[in-house]
Design a protein around this ligand. Structure first.
Ligand SMILES: [Zn+2]
Ligand SMILES: [Zn+2]
Length: 269
């Protein structure tokens, strides 16, 4: 479990929860209960909307709290005097690099994050919205978080449009209530459009990074795709785990793969 003490990240996480809670409050209190009180659709929408909120919170918490793939520090201090004799490491180690800030060797595709102050395996980027790096072990939950935010935004927009198209006849008796409802609806509409478009843009970026086997860090470094061509499903399974693709969208399943968290000993390098 990891929690990064970054003020910007903590503020962004709080904004995320406040926005989701506001959306839940407006949809259940001002839209569903006020505009369709006698309809059977009301309980259906309350349950469906809150299920998405629950899944979103679960995926987000996992992305925030799980270790993104921190490269363990060596138990014994590494001697960096052989810095210029890399040919000694053997062929299989040639893609391992050194991090002078962590004072350790790191596996291929690991990069140092200045905010987490550690090297992260297959680091994509540091995301303030999860106050954590997006790396090998939490990218799946980050993608789920984006997907559920998108679903919640679309659902909110649909419910707002329905409430405007089919206004409840009994609900207009109190003018001030109608005005408050309209104000909340417009605010939620703006939030949904803004966050919805934002997460779609990040989601497209993430899917491109996964399917073309090139993280955001590698794209900046212009190293080109990392490995030889592999099937798209294999690349997706590397991020989402070996389970059935239908389970990839659920934040309750684990990645189900072995981890390489054994601390590096001096003789390992
Ligand atoms: Zn490092
Ligand atoms: Zn980071």
């Amino acid at each position: 479990m990891a929690f990064v003490k970054d003020p910007c990240g903590i503020v962004c996480v709080l904004i995320t929860y406040m926005t989701v809670l506001h959306a839940d409050y407006v949809v259940t209190h001002w839209i569903i209960l006020q505009t369709m009180p006698n309809s059977l659709w009301a309980p259906f929408h309350v349950v469906a909307f809150n299920t998405i909120v629950f899944l979103l919170a679960m995926a987000h918490l996992k992305a925030v709290l799980l270790d993104p793939g921190t490269v363990p520090l060596p138990q014994i201090r590494i001697d960096f005097s052989d810095l210029h004799s890399e040919k000694n490491y053997g062929h299989e180690r040639e893609e391992w690099t050194m991090c002078t800030r962590c004072e350790t060797y790191r596996p291929p595709r690991a990069h140092h994050c200045r905010i987490c102050k550690r090297c992260i395996r297959r680091m994509d980027h540091h995301c303030p919205w999860i106050n954590n790096c997006v790396g090998e072990r939490n990218q799946k939950y980050f993608l789920q978080f984006l997907m559920y935010v998108c679903a919640l935004a679309v659902y909110s927009i649909v419910l707002i449009v329905i409430s405007w198209m089919y206004p409840c006849e009994d609900c207009h008796a109190d003018v001030s209530q109608a005005q408050t409802r309209m104000m909340h609806s417009v605010l939620l509409l703006l939030e949904s459009v803004l966050f919805g478009l934002f997460v779609v843009a990040i989601m497209v970026d993430q899917m491109h990074a996964i399917l073309y086997d090139e993280t955001a860090v590698e794209a900046v470094q212009q190293k080109g795709p990392y490995r030889i061509h592999r099937p798209k499903m294999a690349l997706l399974a590397e991020v989402c785990g070996r389970g059935h693709p239908m389970l990839w969208m659920l934040p309750c399943t684990s990645l189900n793969r072995k981890h390489h968290d054994v601390p590096l000993l001096s003789h390992d390098v």
